[in-house]
Ligand binder design. Structure first.
Ligand SMILES: Cc1cc2nc3c(=O)[nH]c(=O)nc-3n(C[C@H](O)[C@H](O)[C@H](O)COP(=O)(O)OP(=O)(O)OC[C@H]3O[C@@H](n4cnc5c(N)ncnc54)[C@H](O)[C@@H]3O)c2cc1C
Length: 385
């Protein structure tokens, strides 16, 4: 048996945990089914991640932040949420002590590249890329995995970081609430005629949800959520026609829009695991909590969870000790459940096309203008866990 933590999946959560443990002097074996090249040079996948100040601090501590190019980080100064065609917006502004920013926008591929570069430079992370973890079992004394090449590895702790569709989670006997929404989120970069001024804007429109996330001056990420069939048809349009179509859907609020990248389509499924840990095994990232992307918190919560787990393991004599995993489980549940439930409630309310739903939304935005309510929502949405 190795004295290493076995992390299955080198997405952003698996990479963040590997770096955090390695920083604490803990040996890690990181197994990823994709080839090493796709980790070292991840391609643009349309996702622009809104990072909270807390996430930025964690990435800085891991050494990943300084590996991001200066022009890869964009300030998020304010956010506004609109209901249908109503001019009334729910506005979010930064706390005075947060440097005038709500957070920062960074492309998912840049985050992954920076985390991979850090991991590659740490001698106590052994990367096994291009091989899948086919099976996991955990006992009170060890976690054991079998790889696609037939090799077996065992250690004091196995961590599943293999996405919201985690197969290792079910092999560990952990059930998850999975909710397929039959909608897809389309994301791609656009050039704007009128600048975004660093403001993220979201419209819960009738039959569609739109968002515009600020990147470089005059450049933004356009986000459109539609029923699956309509989303597939939109993603198939050629770039010029797509620019015209997005300009129409966004009601020319930013003038004409020109597509700079294709639209990437993400069918929406949310998930929440029934447990985050069992004997000698833990879940992190989306394998634990698969958020709806509308409140932009999946990776932020994933990162707070990996930092929590690493903080507990740093002080542990036995890396898979049951009481320690219990503390991780409780801490991560308290940190994630309110935001997961609130996000799903917001999605339910804002996509309810019935007249009662529209009225409830309007009332909700009015009520949320009352300062204590707005402050509470801001805290919930902007300072994840
Ligand atoms: C459109 C969109 C916008 C988003 N915007 C935001 C945002 O603004 N802010 C935010 O915080 N979050 C956002 N998110 C969420 C964020 O992208 C995810 O939470 C994050 O990518 C999850 O990382 P992960 O490492 O847990 O999982 P994944 O990124 O899914 O990585 C899982 C990894 O495990 C590997 N793997 C799977 N199975 C195996 C196996 N059996 N063996 C070996 N390897 C395996 C996979 O190849 C993959 O590399 C957004 C998501 C979407 C879709």
């Amino acid at each position: 048996m190795l004295n290493s933590v076995l992390i299955c999946g080198a997405g952003p959560a698996g990479l963040a945990l590997a770096n955090d443990l390695a920083l604490a002097g803990i040996d890690v074996v990181l197994i990823e089914k994709s080839e090493e090249r796709s980790l070292a040079e991840p391609v643009f996948d349309g996702r622009e991640i809104a990072l909270t100040h807390k996430s930025t601090a964690i990435l800085r501590r891991l050494g990943a932040w300084e590996r991001l190019a200066a022009d890869a980080v964009h300030p998020l100064t304010r956010a506004k949420v609109y209901n249908g065609h109503s001019p009334l917006a729910l506005a979010f502004t930064p706390d005075a002590n947060k440097g005038g920013q709500l957070g920062s926008m960074v492309s998912n591929c840049d985050i992954r590249r920076a985390l991979f570069d850090c991991a590659a430079a740490r001698s106590n992370i052994k990367l096994m890329a291009g091989v899948s973890v086919d099976h996991v079992i955990s006992t009170p004394t060890e976690g054991r995995i079998t790889l696609g090449n037939g090799q077996t590895l065992s250690g004091p702790l196995v961590v599943a970081a293999d996405s919201r569709f985690s197969t290792l989670r079910s092999q560990l006997g952990i059930a998850a609430r999975m909710h397929r929404l039959r909608k897809s989120m389309l994301v791609g970069r656009v050039r704007l005629d009128k600048d975004h001024c660093g403001i993220a804007t979201e419209w819960f429109d009738h039959g569609q949800t739109l968002a515009l996330l600020p990147l470089a001056p005059g450049v933004a990420s356009a986000v459109v959520t539609l029923p699956d069939g309509q989303a597939a048809a939109l993603a198939d349009m050629d770039r010029r026609a797509l620019g015209t179509e997005l300009t129409r859907r966004f009601h020319r609020r930013f003038g004409a829009m020109e597509m700079l990248t294709p639209l990437h389509r993400y069918p929406l499924t949310t998930s929440y695991a029934g447990r985050f840990a069992v004997a000698r095994a833990a879940l992190v990232g989306d394998a634990a909590v698969g958020m709806h992307p509308v409140t932009a918190h999946g990776f932020n919560l994933g990162l707070s969870g990996t930092a929590r787990l690493a903080g507990l393991l740093r002080r542990a004599g036995d890396l898979g000790e049951a009481s320690l995993l219990k503390r991780y489980e409780i801490g991560h549940r308290v940190a994630t459940w309110p935001l997961y439930a609130a996000t799903n409630a917001i999605v339910g309310l804002y996509t309810d096309e019935r007249m009662t739903g529209r009225i409830a939304r309007h009332m909700g935005i009015r009520a949320a203008h009352v300062t204590p309510a707005r402050r509470m929502i801001s805290r919930l949405l902007m300072q994840a866990a």
